[in-house]
Write a protein that binds this ligand. Sequence first.
Ligand code: URA
Length: 191
Amino acid sequence: MSKPHIPLDEIRAQVEACHACPLADGRTQTVFGVGNPAARVLIVGEAPGKNEDLQGEPFVGAAGKYLDELLSVAGLKREDVFIANVLKCRPPGNRDPRPEEIEVCTPFLREQTRTIDPEFIVTLGNFATKFILKTEIGITRLHGTLHQAGKFKVFPIFHPAAALYDGKKREALENDFATLGELLGKENNEE
Ligand code: URA
C-alpha cells in the first residue's frame, strides 16, 4: 500500500523548522510555495531570490511578473497553479543550488508533489528539470517537449529569469507556454 499523503500545512511546518543545511542560517524566511492545493499544474522553479526571501512567496520579483504574463499565454492565472521551488531557502547572492542542498531539500518538493498530485509538472530551467527528470540533458534541448516521470507529465521550459533580457529565449518561452495551454485544453477535451 502506498504511503498516505502529508497535508500541505504539515509539510510547510517541516520546511519552516528545517535547519538541515547552512542556507537556513542566511534566510529571512523559508519559501514553501503558493497556489491551488489541488492544481492540475505544478510549476517548479529553482530557489528563492532576494524578494522571495523577504516576502516568503515564490516568483514575486521581475521574473515573477514575467511568469504571470506567461501563465496568461497558457490561459492560466497564478491562483490556478501551484508554484514551488527546488530549494526552499535563498542561496547567498543568488548563486546556483549545490548538490548537497538539493539532496537535503528535495524531499519537501517530493512530498508537495505527492500531496498536490498534479497532472503536469512544469519545470523552469536546468535545476528543476534535471531533478524531476533525473537527466543530465540541458534545458536548451529539452524545453517544449513532453516527458513522463512516474505518473506525472513533465513539460520543461526555460527559466523566465534567463529570458528577461534574451529575445530568443523569450520567444521560446512564450511558444512553450502556448503549447502548455494547448496540452491542457486537449486533456480537457478528452474528458
Ligand atoms: N527564481 C526562482 O527560481 N524561484 C523563485 O521563487 C524566484 C526566482
